[in-house]
Design a protein around this ligand. Sequence first.
Ligand code: XIL
Length: 583
Amino acid sequence: MNKTFITLLCAAATMTATADEITLFDFEDFNLGDAVAMRDYYSEDGTTKSKAEITSDPSGKAGKVLHVKNGSWNTLAELTLQGITAEEISEYDLIMFDLYRPDSETDDYRQFRCGIGDGFLHDVENEFLHQGAKGQWVKRTYSITPVSSTSDKFYIGFNSVDMEYYLDNIRLVSSSDDYDMNNPEETLRYHADRITVPAKIGIGCAVPAWNDDVVNDNNIAAKTIYNNFNIVVGENQMKPAYLQPKKGEFSWWDADRLVNLAQRHDMEVRGHTLVWHSQTLPWVTSDGYKNDGNGGKGYNREELLQILKDHITTVMTHYKGKIREWDVVNECLDDNQSIVYSQPTKYNLRNSVWKTVIGEDYLDSAFVYAHRADPDAILYINDYGADFKGDAKSEAYYNLVKRLLKSNIPVQGVGFQCHLGLGVDASKFENNVKRYADLGVEVSLTELDITTWNAGDYEQHIRQGEDYRALLEVALKYKHIRNFVVWGVTDDKSWRSPDPLLFKSNYKPKYAFFALRNTLEEWADRAAGIEDIEVDEQLPELSPYVDVYDITGRLVKQQLEREQINSLDPGLYIIDRKKILIR
Ligand code: XIL
């Protein structure tokens, strides 16, 4: 590997998402056998019959730990703060520690408490939580709230008469290293905009409709959006039910506000969505479909096609030139796609009003109407549960897209909603989406969110951030992947839970935010560095074998025969220190 690559890789290795963390007590300064006071936090004189002492590690490892047994209700271990004041503690939002319970323990479900002086650091009422595996050390994380206290007495423990437990490495973590969104280099968008190889990447978010804040550029919601994202989509504002609540009566107010925000801040817009079974034209599915003036049978095929055409044409004309891409048809596939096991080229459509009354060709018509209304808009099909290679619905989706293209239907983009949970297998996503390059369509992650298992669990936020990062790496790697759009901004306003997004309710960034920002920054810097090499250095003599790197400088194939270069998977590679695009 040549020197320049080594420099690039070293630079990348130093960039990781970090959070501020301090250790309050690791008990190494205590002596074995030291007693630790236990305090009843409801009684004035405090000390109780409960016992806590410093012992050796029950799992046999070196080091000292705090052992609590023979407890009584409402009783916590009392420790004296060293090197940090009560006030300074309020800068942290999580307490983390290692917990060990003997195998003999029965109950798994206890209330955790901690505090300073007589103030509870922790909002205790609802925190009866599982304490995790027994007979081994487990990591616990709880969120803490600031208290106004000047005491140096720190209290910690579980509210239980019979729980025996060991604690070690009690530390405080500030999970949201804040960022200065007025400094472009600290935002997502700044780095995304610097990326041009292998292609431009859209980094986007859905904007909640009921968020009045987006009209005010000084509001933190608006600021967070326009400072971090270069493409936005209405979470609800452009759905048929919103835009045409009554036949022929269009309501643009919320959707226009979103488009105005985008225009003020030079963001692109995804239109979502023109045809859907859900949040669809209410007068079609309720009055019209079931008991209209058509003999009780609802609109007939011709009428529904006209309704479809009118809706698509009016909406796309209203926003012509302002919307980069439209989800023309949303979620048209059925959840059951077992058909692909017996008939590998088939798919099942969902029984929506459109499919039932018009027939499968409502899809074809919708795309044709859309293309006529705005020939410059990129037309997408969009669906969920089709994200990973090997899942039946993913195969059905691929089959459907191929069928539409074969019929010369102007489908130009394929959206993968990516409503996911912790433990994402990014390689299955990669294997699924990379094959679309051969079809000549672009691909976007359109509604990404990744739920954790327990709200506020920082360990899980780290895993979540790594899942986000792995998907972004895939999106950046392929030229045909255009957008990476997250479905919302703050966790509290998401349609899913727990904790699926990049920001907390107070707009503080989570670990996932830093994971994405660092990845974008890394990518932008490396690509810039590679460009320098081409300009500055002489090419070596051509050898019959080549080392192949991906665009991030990672070795993909060693000593590949030069003639085999064209058999590489499609993508952008670095070969002989030059960018080579394999289509
Ligand atoms: C969801 C919104 O997030 C919610 O606010 C709303 O109540 C229901 O719809 N697939 C889609 C999105 O295509 O439009 C959905 O959005 C989530 C699933």
